[in-house]
Design a protein around this ligand. Sequence first.
Ligand SMILES: Cc1cc2nc3c(=O)[nH]c(=O)nc-3n(C[C@H](O)[C@H](O)[C@H](O)COP(=O)(O)OP(=O)(O)OC[C@H]3O[C@@H](n4cnc5c(N)ncnc54)[C@H](O)[C@@H]3O)c2cc1C
Length: 523
Amino acid sequence: MTETTYDVLIIGSGHAGGMAAKILTEKGIHCLMLNAGPVADVARDAQRKPAYELPYRGFKPPGRLEHVFQASEFNANVWVDEEEVPYTFDPSTPYNWVRVRLFGGRSLFWSRQSFRLSDYEFKGKSHDGFGEDWPISLSDLAPYYSRVEEIFQVEGAQDGPPQMPNGNFVPVNEVWSESMRRFITASQPYNMAVCKQRRALGRDGLASSVNLLLPDAERTGKLTSIANAVVRQITVDKNTGQPDGCLFVDRLSRREMHVKARVVVLAAGTLESTRLLLNSNLGNSSGMIGHYLMDQIYGPGVTCSVPEARNGNATEQLMGGGAIVPRFRNITTKYDKFLRGYALNVTSRMGAIEPRNFAAYGAELQQKLHEYNGSAFHVTVMGEVLGRYENHVRIDKEKVDAWNIPVLNIQTRYTDNEFNMAKDAVEVGCAVADAAGFEGLSKNDVPNPPGYSIHEVGTCRMGDDPKKSVLNKWCQSHDHKNLFVVDGASFVSAGWQNPTMTILALSMRASEYLAGEMSKQNV
Ligand SMILES: Cc1cc2nc3c(=O)[nH]c(=O)nc-3n(C[C@H](O)[C@H](O)[C@H](O)COP(=O)(O)OP(=O)(O)OC[C@H]3O[C@@H](n4cnc5c(N)ncnc54)[C@H](O)[C@@H]3O)c2cc1C
């Protein structure tokens, strides 16, 4: 029997893979999508159980999800089990790798904050001399961002300064509450822009690959999808030296199979795509695969109370709403404590304040919780992590996962640039809240470990110079014209922005380029 050769093999079904499948199949290209995990059975998996029916009473099963801060026993089936697919790091520099292998990947669970990168990111080196510029600029990606924003129904206002480009938004009409207005007034000495939040509304409460992208691909009749297919290695044609498919293992039966394709598109999520390339020993003539791992610092922030909202006096006029303060350091002036900058997420909330914000116990704590209820004001930080060669991943030769596939060793740490940024953000947050008349309850200026933001990017960066980069500006391997990486691995800098809008826009752009090259028989 002859083996079917697909036009394009897409590995991964999240935002990146879903977009590639939609674009390519709509151009008439026959795609095979392999995904390591199962299709979620919502009726079964989302059943609620009382804590007393669970072996760990709702706490995390020990050892299996240690680095997934969102995990509890109630949602343990969502995340990748760290015993099944381990990764290694030096215990003194831990990494929080948060993974989902269900069909749809992390698009099923993301928080949907949606921003474009600006030329302060794309052309960062030209602005401040650090790192490398991307080989593209905002004007190259803007038309794709607009189409992605349309598909994902991104809600926002056209209120961004140049460092937070405006887009194709569902207008947000909400007026600021009084506590937000007080924050805005108090922020003026810092030259901050306090803007409306930008969030993907999606459809029916979901902004995922499985409801916004894959149905379009399936409608074309050109998509074949296989769940529970754990890709082990990209294979190479012995005669041409070019990628020609992959070896994958059935997750349940452990049977190994081979599939053939003219083109391979990696969309397994930044670090899994990189792991696959390293395990396949492919596309690395630059030696750059695995290097320049980046994300954003998360964790630092300030929790305050709006005094007038205490003792049951919170109203919708006084409390509520959220804002984003885009990076304001190192835009028109140069700040001496760090390069690049951070954004602030600002939230005014009518709900309860968490007990950990009070240095009190027992009856005194109860009384405080009651008194302060409805008066919470939070300022949290998203700070750019610089791209450094030494922050890298490589294959751990000593350890394999449940399917005998070598795992990643992750070596990354924050530097004074990130720590100084966190301190500055918290000082500024406290000063503005104080000037607004809010009472500071708690603050933290120490970032959580790298990876915690779930915004890992880099490790196969794009560039014009094949000696310094892995991919060209179309997310295409410099070494193999039929190999593409369309997830966050191609990022050259992280920016302060959540990455998913950019991943989607890059995947769309790369897929249209690929379709064009295939129709011209160049690939
Ligand atoms: C709780 C949470 C909140 C977030 N909030 C935001 C936010 O507000 N804004 C934002 O921009 N981003 C946010 N993110 C990040 C966002 O979800 C990711 O940037 C984005 O989903 C990445 O998409 P992806 O397709 O590249 O990767 P993934 O979604 O990780 O998909 C990769 C897919 O590849 C598959 N795969 C992996 N390895 C293999 C293999 N060997 N063989 C076959 N298949 C494989 C996996 O099964 C998976 O389905 C959040 C993430 C989480 C978890």
